[in-house]
Design a binder for this molecule. Sequence first.
Ligand code: SF4
Length: 326
Amino acid sequence: MNRARKRVLLASPRGFCAGVVRAIRAVEKALELYGPPVYVRHEIVHNTHVVRSLEKKGAVFVTDTDKVPEGQVVMFSAHGVAPSVHEQAAARKLTAIDATCPLVTKVHNEAVRFAEEGYSILLIGHEGHEEVIGTLGEAPDRITLIDGPGAVGGIEVRDESKVVWLSQTTLSVDETMETVEALKTRFPQLSGPPSDDICYATQNRQLAVRQLGAAADLVLVVGSQTSSNSQRLVEVAQQAGADAAHLVDSADEIDANWLQEVSTVGVTSGASVPDVLVDNVLRWLAAHGYEDVELVEAAEEHQHFALPRELTAPIRRATDTTERTA
Ligand code: SF4
């Protein structure tokens, strides 16, 4: 039995990023303005707790715009959508509110610009992730998805002097750079995004969890299985040296057997996770003898995004004859 002092290292920053705060607030504001139901295409953010609590307030989550009755209000999630989704919404006379995180929109804009300039775009990301589907939709003929260094060998481009890489916002920084290095070997004239596509929140949470992984025997990442940035935190903790790292949606999912021979537990959470879930995990750990909590501060965050303009400027429902104001 490990008799060392039991303690918890709590990562900072952790939990909600500015894009998630904005997206959740956007649903709440839309419910205030229009009353329920407000339809939301896909999970507004990838967290089960957040989705359930918004459902209780009147949000209805749907898999696509064709599931929204004509003329209703639909919100697009923080992960972004392809232009074709905006077109479908307009065809169904939906009042569309776009809660795409501005940092995802930045990647979309880069894709559009590079495509217009004749570049072949190599988008590093995970196949099937909503954000990647949305970005691909901006220039489907110009973008090739690269899911890791192993995918680099078979890429064909029109002009090797005009190739640029972009990335999903929530990837592992280290793994992405491995892929970029492989791409640079394959395409020596490779260009990159004007500034990091992996967002500040993803980078900061990875920075903090790396410190946890180096110091803790066990790292608990609070987050849903669907959350890409949370999954990456588990991987980074393991790579940094943690004996074990687990993703848990809530304290209920912690297995007491994980604590055997563990003196230091690291705790963090993904960018879509409310602090109440982390508090519950800390309570659970305290009840199992891990009462001392030390903060591990890796970065300060002051990012804030304004609500989508559709919620702050006068807006007219597609089916209304009277004008509404926000
Ligand atoms: Fe935006 Fe980054 Fe948060 Fe995604 S994780 S919503 S890109 S700030």
